[in-house]
Design a protein around this ligand. Structure first.
Ligand code: NAD
Ligand code: UDP
Length: 311
């Protein structure tokens, strides 16, 4: 297959490119390098089956491919709130352009959606049938609502134009190649811990998330793209069911680093979800997918990555 990965120089995108090349596909990574970096794909640049295209998905692009993974979009609250209008354009125009491309060349397209479509969820754990609890006018809405419109566009192109779509609702994922200054909790805590700084816990640290290691997540994306059931267009949650609080995350990281970590509590960002854990029965049943990397092991690998990246 010829595969287009938008956001291919980012954290998830670069690992996905590695996996697709390992599977024998030809890969075009498209990225505007806003939060991604060439160093994430430097090891691929000399390969004949890999191409990097610096391009912004808010503008259309003409390419001939069989599959599109649409990952282009800043994922850290710090970065998606930096220029919220641009974030909305990236999700809405970017997805529109990729769907136009998929329609023209009859490619299958997978949209990287997010657990944020559930907002601050009132159903727990979150199943794909839950419609969510999103503030449409808050500081997170540029991302949440942008991704919700992207899902609507995917379904409408599917119903109206028979485009072959997949929607992955990705829950918190971490691992090597997160940017040092990414701003998400896993990278912040690890970098702060390695530098001997106090860990910045927002709120009282009781809010929960469920963290998935990047290789598991990428495997889920590839399985979903390959899935051919009647129900293939329906959204699928990808994440782990191991839910823990941010205080628990500090304690676990302390055990991995072998010392007690000091904490500095700060204000909880507006609309920060109180708890989050996916119901992954759909991914289990349809894709035979099960995340396998325990948090302690994945965090250990991520610590090693950041030890090098920050030295
Ligand atoms: P990331 O910020 O590392 O990667 C996003 C990539 O998209 C970057 O390389 C960035 O430069 C690129 N990009 C941003 N705007 C662009 C534009 N207008 N045109 C072209 N490229 C653009 O984040 P990530 O964690 O790798 O996330 C990848 C995708 O997965 C995103 O769509 C994100 O919303 C989704 N997602 C990630 C998580 C997670 O926990 N990692 C959770 C849910 C959803
Ligand atoms: N968080 C924190 N300290 C940080 C960064 C984030 O306590 O330095 C909290 C944040 O408020 C949220 C959780 O960690 O409750 C996960 O945040 P992240 O930005 O990683 O992802 P998201 O909020 O999108 O799930």
């Amino acid at each position: 297959m010829r595969v287009l990965v938008t956001g291919g120089a980012g954290f998830l995108g670069s690992h996905l490119c590695d996996r697709l090349l390992d599977d024998g596909h030809e890969v075009i990574a498209l990225d505007n390098l806003f939060t991604g970096a060439k160093r994430n794909i430097r090891h691929l640049l000399d390969r004949k089956d890999f191409e990097f295209l610096r391009h912004d998905v808010v503008n259309p692009v003409l390419l001939e491919v069989d599959w599109v993974f649409n990952l282009a979009c800043p994922a850290s609250p710090v970065h998606y709130q930096y220029n919220p209008v641009k974030t909305i354009k990236t999700s809405v125009l970017g997805t529109l352009h990729m769907l136009g491309l998929a329609k023209r060349v009859k490619a299958r397209i997978l949209q990287a959606s997010t657990s944020e479509v559930y907002g601050d969820p009132q159903e727990h754990p979150q199943s794909e049938t839950y419609w969510g609890h999103v503030n449409p006018i808050g500081p997170r809405s540029c991302y949440d609502e942008g991704k919700r419109v992207a899902e609507s566009l995917m379904m409408d192109y599917h119903r109206q134009n028979k485009v072959d779509i997949r929607i992955a609702r990705i829950f918190n994922t971490y691992g090597p190649r997160m940017a040092v200054g990414d701003g998400r909790v896993a990278s912040n805590f690890i970098v702060q811990g390695l530098k001997g700084e106090r860990l910045t816990v927002y709120g009282d640290g009781s809010q929960t998330r469920s963290f998935c290691y990047v290789s598991d997540l990428v495997d889920g994306l590839v399985r979903l793209m390959n899935y051919k059931g009647e129900d293939a267009a329906e959204p699928v949650n990808l994440g782990t069911t191991d839910e823990l609080s941010m205080n628990d995350l500090v304690a676990l990281l302390g055990r991995i680093l072998g010392r007690d970590l000091e904490v500095e509590y700060g204000p909880l960002p507006d609309n920060d979800p109180v708890r989050r854990r996916p119901n992954i029965s759909r991914a289990r049943e349809r894709l035979g997918w099960e995340p396998g990397v325990p948090l302690s092991e994945g965090l250990g690998k991520t610590v090693e990555y950041f030890r090098e990246a920050t030295s």
